[in-house]
Design a protein around this ligand. Structure first.
Ligand SMILES: Nc1ncnc2c1ncn2[C@@H]1O[C@H](COP(=O)(O)OP(=O)(O)OP(=O)(O)O)[C@@H](O)[C@H]1O
Length: 475
């Protein structure tokens, strides 16, 4: 066997000056012989205690203690008596402070104690670190709790209401795909509930409780979006934060990222996003290290992405990457069956929230169903909240709905057949006039009288309008 390695190690070891090592230790070292006479202290000891070698060397620890000028609470004599390691807190008089001391016996081959080596550590420093650790742990715990609460608020605070076959299908699809990690693209007009759907997917996914980061690609200026998404290293560009910053992808790691308004993402960034989706890794701006990503991507937009692709504003390859499972939300006007259910749920929710008991009249509901809801469910929800808060009576009448839909008195908002033919618009207007009169007058006969038409004409028209909410050709 070749022992040359051992030999050279021995040789190297023999050259080492252990005193030099001692002088360079961070802890203060105080060494006595087997009788308790101090034979060595290192520089760190002097730094920690303010006591110089000439004050101690050659003296007995017990004598120094008795004198009561330099320290008290030394462990040397206890170590000598008990022949074991002893920890204690000693008081250092020159600096008027406490230090943590650990005395260790060093035994000779015959079993006698040949030295006592005592480490001296700044107690306040340790204490400060301990306190800092404790504070940080508490803060971290609070932050974790707050995060869990906010995440819950952000994603689970709202219930999804639906009734139409179209929405039932959507919900079924969500529950099928949620537990998988598949990429989902949610499309629909503004206010149709895209974000709510994304929340539902997150809540039912295996990543629930992990980060869920929502990025609105349209709300962040194009020149900032890249650094928001990818983060940057210190000094990556002028104005970059000194310590660098993690991007949204990094923050979302192990969880879910929702790229909202993806259709508004600038083309150069689309190329970078495609790379992220393909390689599942990113590099911070100005960085050199790749960061592996484990995340699920949900994208949403109110633009027609295929149209954007045709117009050259959206990369086709990215479109296919995102459109693995498409979920399309119809505008509210195309799923009117949802309206009564939504109205009832919202009325109940807001009544509870504001301590009221508000219900909607049949005629009020009828008017809500005939409206086109350009702002979709968001508009309906906001309007009902406003009505419930301001309405003093318990019943939301047709008049109340009418003024809520038409606050400035112009008929611009309330145009059930907006964009339709003259016939459709006249139909809508006539319908409105008749339904309002019936509600106001309380009976068909009185309404006919007020409007100056035959009772039988009014009955005929009223029945027709009741059967068809939307327009003369059943639109
Ligand atoms: N099916 C639903 N049941 C209950 N509330 C809903 C439903 N759909 C949408 N909402 C409510 O309507 C509002 C708008 O929904 P959401 O923000 O999800 O729409 P969006 O399609 O993401 O809109 P935008 O494109 O403008 O961001 C929210 O307050 C949401 O809670």
């Amino acid at each position: 066997m070749d022992h040359s390695g051992d030999a050279s190690r021995q040789e190297a070891l023999s050259q080492i000056d252990f005193r030099e090592i001692c002088e360079n230790l961070y802890d203060g070292i105080h060494v006595t012989d087997g009788t308790g006479t101090i034979i060595f202290i290192n520089q760190a000891y002097t730094r920690t205690t303010g006591i110089k070698p000439e004050d101690l060397l050659g003296r007995k620890v017990s004598e120094v203690e008795q004198e009561g000028k330099l320290y008290k609470g030394a462990v040397t004599d206890t170590v000598l008596a008990q022949r074991r390691r002893v920890n204690s807190v000693a008081t250092i008089f020159p600096l008027n402070k406490e230090v943590l001391v650990t005395g260790t016996p060093v035994f000779a081959p015959d079993g006698s104690i040949k030295m006592v080596v005592t480490n001296t550590r700044d107690f306040p420093e340790l204490k400060r670190l301990e306190q800092q650790l404790l504070t940080l742990t508490e803060e971290r715990q609070k932050a974790d709790e707050e995060l869990a609460y906010l995440r819950q608020q952000q994603t689970g605070g709202k219930q999804m209401y639906y009734h139409s076959a179209a929405m039932r299908q959507v919900v079924e699809l969500i529950h099928t795909v949620a537990p998988t990690d598949v990429t989902v693209l949610i499309t629909g007009e503004s206010g149709t509930g895209k974000e709510l759907i994304a929340n539902e997917i997150y809540q039912n996914s295996t990543r629930r409780g992990k980060p869920f980061i929502k990025v609105n690609c349209a709300a962040i200026p194009a020149e900032l979006l890249e650094s928001e998404l990818f983060g940057y290293e210190e000094g990556a560009f002028t104005g970059a934060r000194r310590s660098g910053k993690s991007g949204m992808f990094e923050l979302a790691n192990t969880g879910v990222i929702l790229l909202d308004e993806i259709g508004d993402m600038p083309l150069p960034l689309q190329a970078k996003l495609l790379r992220v989706l393909q390689q599942r890794e990113i590099m911070r701006i100005g960085g050199s290290k790749t960061i592996q990503l484990d995340l699920r991507v949900i994208a949403s937009t109110n633009l027609d992405l295929q149209e954007q692709v045709r117009a050259g504003r959206f990369r086709e390859d990215l479109y296919y990457r995102l459109n693995v499972v498409p979920i399309e939300l119809k505008p509210l006007r195309e799923r009117k069956e949802d309206i009564p259910y939504l109205v009832e749920r919202f009325c109940a929710d807001f009544s509870k929230k504001y301590g009221k008991d508000t219900r909607i009249s049949a005629a009020g509901m009828d008017l809500l169903q005939s409206y086109r809801w350009p702002g979709n469910i968001r508009e309906l929800e906001n309007m009902l909240e406003r009505i419930v808060v301001t309405n003093s009576g318990g019943i939301i009448t047709r008049d109340v709905v009418y003024s809520a839909l038409n606050p400035d008195g112009s008929h611009s908002h309330l145009n059930p057949a907006a964009g339709g033919t003259l016939r459709q618009q006249v139909f809508a207007f006539e319908r409105e006039v008749i339904l309002q009169a019936v509600e106001r007058e309380g009976s068909l006969r009185k309404a006919a009288k007020a409007l100056g038409v035959d009772h039988s004409t009014l009955v005929k028209k009223y029945r027709h309008f009741q059967q068809d909410n939307s327009g003369p050709d059943g639109r």
